[in-house]
Design a protein around this ligand. Structure first.
Ligand code: DQA
Length: 144
């Protein structure tokens, strides 16, 4: 069975308490449990870190272990050329997820370095976006 790594970046450990009017009341543990329940055709692993280097190391280590990546890089989405380069380097199909619709928010959130190397971006659907990303990756991995 193909395996997917779901990576969450800075401040996403605070989901449920953090700006619920923007990010909702679902916790990251709830999202991870929903992903596990949803992914019948995939093994799913999870990592959250507030540290860019830890996320970089996890992306590097995913090569040869996981078939694809789902990444919500939080604010690093808008700043991190290093994360973009890491995803490009490992050549794993990657789906970018955001809970909020970043294109309807402040202009600095409209830019995503990850989008340049992701197969696609899902944003604005809240926690459901992670499940949509799993479906997209399952379909991609089934044909590759
Ligand atoms: C986010 C959007 C980012 O702009 C923000 O910095 C986050 C969360 C989202 O899931 O909507 O931390 O990635």
């Amino acid at each position: 069975m193909p395996s997917v790594l779901v990576l969450n970046g800075p401040n996403l450990n605070l989901l449920g308490q953090r700006q619920p009017e923007v990010y909702g009341s679902t916790t990251l543990a709830d999202i991870e449990a929903a992903c596990t329940a949803h992914a019948v055709d995939l093994d799913v692993a999870f990592l959250q870190s507030n540290h860019e280097g830890v996320l970089l190391d996890a992306i590097h280590a995913a090569k040869g272990v996981h078939g694809g990546l789902i990444i919500n890089a939080g604010a690093y989405t808008h700043t991190s050329i290093a994360l973009m380069d890491a995803v490009a380097s490992v050549e794993l199909p990657t789906v970018e997820v955001h809970l909020s619709n970043i294109h309807a928010r402040e202009p600095f959130r409209h830019v995503s370095y990850l989008s340049k190397v992701a197969i696609g971006q899902i944003c604005g659907f809240g926690p459901q976006g992670y499940l949509m990303a799993l479906d997209a990756l399952a379909a991609r991995l089934a044909t590759s």
